[in-house]
Ligand binder design. Structure first.
Ligand code: HEM
Length: 139
């Protein structure tokens, strides 16, 4: 059976990750997740590329370099609820459109992408906890 990596190849996965973070950088609809990230998204393009190569059935670049495929730990510092998950998936859908992914590939990825994004979620409520910087200092 063909894997997503067989369909996309190395260049395709790279184009997808570049498009993903360019969309995250530019689209107002995902500003909540954009502001969680560092100013430059360039290092993330490379990390997601390495991760998705392995996840899509290609070379295990991320696990070879970092010794794990667990995505829970690196996301622990961030408050990720259903809204943040859906913003992430929105970027992925748009990126797949932008690289002209085939319907076959989009169908193949739909459920597994949802599952991996949902697994990264670490908060169930829709609203983020109020941030300290939003509190008015008293006393
Ligand atoms: C569900 C919504 C998600 C949000 C809001 C989110 C957000 C983040 C943030 C803020 C970082 C740190 C970035 C930085 O250092 O500047 C990060 C790292 C990362 N994310 Fe996500 N992420 C999500 C889902 C995912 C998913 C589903 C995957 C994989 C399929 C993924 C792959 C990665 C990778 C590979 C890293 C780098 C980890 C490392 O430092 O080695 N993320 N993510």
């Amino acid at each position: 059976m063909k894997t997503p990596y067989d369909i996309l190849g190395e260049d395709g996965v790279r184009n997808l990750c570049n498009a993903f973070y360019d969309i995250m950088d530019a689209d107002e609809q995902v500003k909540d997740i954009r502001r969680m990230h560092a100013e430059s998204l360039e290092p993330m393009k490379e990390k997601l590329f390495e991760y998705l190569c392995g996840w899509m059935g290609g070379p295990q670049l991320y696990s070879k370099r970092y010794g794990t495929v667990c995505m829970t730990t690196p996301h622990k510092p961030y408050s990720i609820g259903p809204m943040e998950r859906d913003q992430w998936l929105y970027c992925m859908d748009k990126a797949l459109e932008q690289i002209n992914a085939s319907d076959e590939l989009k169908t193949m990825l739909k459920d597994p992408m949802y599952r991996v994004a949902d697994a990264v979620k670490n908060r169930n409520s829709l609203e983020p906890e109020p941030k300290d910087e939003n509190l008015i200092a008293i006393g």
